[in-house]
Write a protein that binds this ligand. Structure first.
Ligand code: FAD
Length: 493
């Protein structure tokens, strides 16, 4: 028997480690990559371990989505005469125990790239070794694993553009088939714990429907429409042109090869139907598809950055001459968290986070800039808040996003480019539709007045939206203060 240890790959299809174990179950030479064939290794037992160390860093929305995904995955296995075996505790103890219980002599899993996960996996490897259990891990979560896209000198890239070009030019593997029912072990697992039993609460936010089928529906809907408008519309939070796949990619309810293949099919559809096979170089829809693929490349870029620099989780990627003297202002931090800053687009974003466990990318950039450059508060405070409330919180992407906004990251926003939250709101939400959706106090206000909120007098503000706060800081003053803070850190005179 073999064990497949599910972690951030809560799916059966397009799952490399699971497919390799399933192929080995029957000694399928071609799929195991063994030219001479191999002896059958026995059926695969799918396992999930609730690990306290991982749960310690989780938030309610993520635990909800994870439990729902596990439930969907379990149904998939049950429909094929198998089951998802669930256990709790330290994987270094639980996995050797499960291997003994089920007489399994091999454990496989897909790799995680964060420093903590790699330490855990090394410990699991040692523990299994002590029990004479074979173990093997596979690259699966991203298309091109760390170390496979480097500078000509073999170093990891610290600038996205060159990385992105190489990433795009590389051949992409096809999606991987799910295991056949006969390769899966006839086992039955205990019930999944409830969210309370795990020490969490049902979130106030509406967490998206979890599991592979809803993820595929999101992908399909996006590839039928939004992907063709992505380049022009992706920055506008109400244009419904983004995929909303981040939570699925984070928990692996859908495989990255499957996502990429769907984007290629979207390209083929317009090329074949409209031009008889010849791509029109001026077709903006092709640029849009490539722009979307480029976001998948950003995801992989940040995973590489995290892999080669595990310390970025808590430390700046980019060192300044001196420490950045962030301000510590609990009241302003709380106003930001509550969406009560008096900057409408910022507050709309922070409230979307609470109500949907999600925030649109452009707005993430705006609120992150506001925290670090207007409130001058350390990006780690923002990262911790996002980690708690985002369903799609992903160490590499969240960290990459925050350090980009804080001008401390790799290929980050230069410190002197500071978003003006009023003009950002006016540009990307000109009708204030997004703002009104999330900030009910402004629902009856005219868009023009919302975009002038910082210029209105207290009396005017009272007339327009009496319950909405005045701006808690003056953007122009804080912009100057932020420049001084960074110049001091740089050691400029
Ligand atoms: P789409 O626009 O449809 O993009 C498709 C996929 O590409 C996303 O699902 C995601 O996997 C990837 N992607 C898109 N943009 C980025 C990016 N800038 N960096 C890395 N990958 C990207 N993304 C997360 O997945 N988890 C996070 O915790 C996270 N935190 C962020 C924090 C900040 C401060 C910022 C500025 C960005 C953060 N992002 C994070 C990146 C981005 O905002 C989200 O991936 C995106 O908004 C998710 O929506 P979507 O799936 O509709 O994206």
């Amino acid at each position: 028997m073999q064990i497949h240890w599910h972690r951030q790959d809560l799916r059966a299809a397009d799952n490399r480690a699971l497919a390799r174990a399933a192929a080995a179950a029957t000694g399928d030479a071609a799929s195991t990559g063994d030219a001479d064939g191999a002896a059958p290794r026995g059926a695969v037992i799918p396992v999930f371990v609730f690990d306290d160390d991982v749960l310690e860093h989780a938030g309610n929305p993520r635990v909800r989505y994870m439990l729902d995904s596990l439930s969907a995955l379990r149904s998939w296995y049950r429909e094929r005469g198998s089951d998802l075996v669930v256990a709790s505790g330290d994987p270094t103890e639980v996995l050797p125990e499960l291997a003994a219980t089920y007489d399994a002599d091999r454990v496989v899993w897909n790799r995680d790239y964060s420093g903590l996960a790699r330490e855990r996996d090394a410990a699991v490897r040692r523990a299994l070794n002590e029990h004479d259990v074979e173990r093997e891990s596979f690259h699966d979560d991203i298309i091109h694993p760390p170390g496979s896209i480097t500078t000509n000198d073999g170093d990891p890239y610290s600038v996205f553009t060159y990385f992105g070009r190489k990433w795009q030019a590389r051949e992409k593997p096809d999606p991987i088939s799910p295991p056949r029912a006969e390769t899966l072990a006839d086992v039955s697992g205990d019930d999944l714990p409830t969210i309370d039993e795990l020490g969490f609460e049902d979130p106030d936010a509406d967490v998206p429907e979890a599991g592979t089928e809803p993820a595929r529906e999101r992908l399909e809907a996006f590839c039928a429409d939004g992907i063709y408008r992505y380049e022009d519309d992706r920055d506008y939070p109400t244009r419904d042109s983004v995929s909303r796949l981040s939570v699925d990619l984070k928990f692996g309810t859908i495989g990255i090869r499957e996502v990429h293949a769907a984007t290629e099919s979207a390209r083929e559809r317009i090329v074949d139907v409209e031009t008889n096979g010849d791509a029109d170089p001026d077709d903006e829809r092709i640029d849009s598809i490539e722009e979307f693929q480029s976001q998948l490349a950003w995801r992989e870029f940040y995973t590489h950055v995290l892999f080669f620099n595990p310390n970025v989780v808590t430390g700046n990627y980019r060192e300044y001459e001196h420490d950045i003297e962030w301000r510590n202002d609990p009241e302003e931090l709380q106003a930001w968290k509550d969406g009560e800053t008096g900057y409408p687009i910022v507050d709309a974003g922070m409230r979307q986070l609470k109500s949907e466990a999600y925030m649109h990318n452009r707005v993430r950039m705006i609120v992150a800039s506001f925290l670090t450059k207007d409130l001058l508060i350390d990006w780690r405070e923002g990262y911790a808040h996002f980690r708690e409330y985002l369903a799609d919180h992903d160490t590499a992407n969240d960290n990459g996003g925050w350090q980009w906004a804080a001008s401390t990251g790799t290929d980050a926003q230069p410190y002197f480019r500071i978003f003006n939250p009023m003009t950002q709101g006016e540009r990307y939400d000109s009708d204030a539709e997004y703002i009104k959706t999330h900030v009910p106090e402004l629902r009856d206000a005219e868009a023009d007045l919302i975009h002038e909120w910082d210029d209105l007098t207290p009396t005017q503000r009272h007339g327009v939206a009496p319950d909405y706060p005045a701006p808690i800081v003056d953007h122009s003053e804080r912009r100057e203060a932020a420049l001084s803070m960074f110049e001091a850190a740089r050691g400029d005179d």
